[in-house]
Ligand binder design. Structure first.
Ligand code: SF4
Length: 346
């Protein structure tokens, strides 16, 4: 193996992506490194890391490297390389030629993505929209041209950044091929948002969410049941339902609060200035949130943290990425919660 043979496959991959982008085997394309905000007191994802926007030329080189792998795998599979095709035989043969691929941080991701049909991509890391609009448009165009099999591109975005970008810029990014935004709402309660240092008020969340929808994006909003603990659960539930109802995104995704070791919130818990809800109390909060929620999108519990059990000892909710359609299935969700609550009262 010559150094140049493996150099052509070099590309960078970040760690984090939403579960719905893993189960659907998304191609992970790293546009920025880490989080430009990095202050949320519950989050430990990028705490020790410095934020960087990667140069467009470097990102394009990554895309070229991914395409080189796709084409070489397709050639070894005896097929055209344009439709994300690969076989296990081709992967084994390519690794045989370039054993260093065994240690390549993105090879397995790319191979599984090709096997799944090469249909979706996720732009990493925490807030790709912070890139200059022209640069983001250029990268999206290059990605779409290089991988015509892609039918959906998604990324994380902050509400504050959505407010700061002009609607015309957001529309240009949408036209260039970014389809869906994953936004961390966490709560709609201003006091709680300030406490956790989200860097966004309820008003900013509403403005950002509505602007994303006006620009034509599919919108996924994530909230954290239990984030207010015993002291703030009712305000957290009511105001989160109010803000989500105002935005009315396509997807609402539940990410129950868990203390991330080393974070300020974990220290609050250790110092007993934050009291976690019990699983039953979490369900009471969830019931209040769902009761007040007036939306037309899908409510999803697509994360292992949604681990409440029903009266038969099974998971209370499906972990499907498509969840429950509201308002049609709102009563179903409320009935499920009541079933879960009945376990605690026995
Ligand atoms: S914006 Fe997201 S990634 Fe950044 S600190 Fe907050 S939760 Fe973590």
């Amino acid at each position: 193996m010559t150094p140049s043979a493996i150099d052509k496959y070099d590309f960078e991959t970040g760690v984090y992506r939403p579960p719905s982008e893993g189960g659907s085997n998304s191609l992970l394309v790293r546009l920025t490194r880490n989080c430009p905000w990095n202050r949320c007191t519950f989050c430990g994802m990028y705490k020790a890391e410095r934020f960087q926007v990667r140069p467009v030329a470097e990102i394009k080189k990554d895309i070229d490297a991914m395409a080189a792998l796709r084409d070489d795998l397709a050639a070894l599979s005896g097929r055209s390389g344009k439709n994300g095709e690969a076989t296990r035989h081709a992967a084994v043969a390519l690794i045989g030629r370039h054993p260093a691929l065994n240690h390549h941080p993105g090879f397995a991701m790319l191979y599984h993505w090709l096997l799944s049909g090469g249909r979706t991509a996720f732009l990493q890391d925490a807030n790709s929209l912070i890139m200059k609009t022209g640069q983001l448009v250029e990268v999206l165009g290059y990605l779409r041209r290089t991988f015509p099999s892609i039918v959906r591109v998604t990324t994380y975005a902050r509400s504050k950044t959505l407010v700061q970008k002009s609607l015309d810029d957001l529309k240009a990014i949408r036209r260039a091929g970014l389809d869906r935004l994953h936004v961390g709402l966490e709560s709609g309660d201003d006091a709680l948002l300030e406490k956790i240092q989200k860097g966004a008020t309820a008003e900013i969340h509403v403005k950002g969410g509505k602007k994303a929808l006006a620009a034509g994006f599919q919108l996924s909003e994530y909230w954290m049941p239990g984030l207010g603990g015993k002291a703030h659960w009712q305000d957290h539930a009511r105001n989160t339902a109010r803000v989500l109802s105002e935005i009315d995104p396509h997807y609402i995704r539940s990410r129950p609060f868990r203390a991330w070791p080393g974070t300020p919130m974990a220290r609050e818990m250790a110092g007993q200035t934050f009291e976690m809800l019990t699983p039953e109390e979490q369900l009471r909060e969830l019931r209040l949130t769902m009761q007040d929620l007036s939306v037309t999108g899908r409510v999803c519990f697509d994360h292992a943290g949604n681990s409440w059990k029903n009266s038969r000892g099974q998971l209370l909710f499906t972990h499907s990425y498509e969840g429950y359609q509201f308002p049609e299935e709102k009563q179903t969700v409320l009935d499920l919660i009541d079933d879960g609550l009945s376990v605690g009262s026995r």
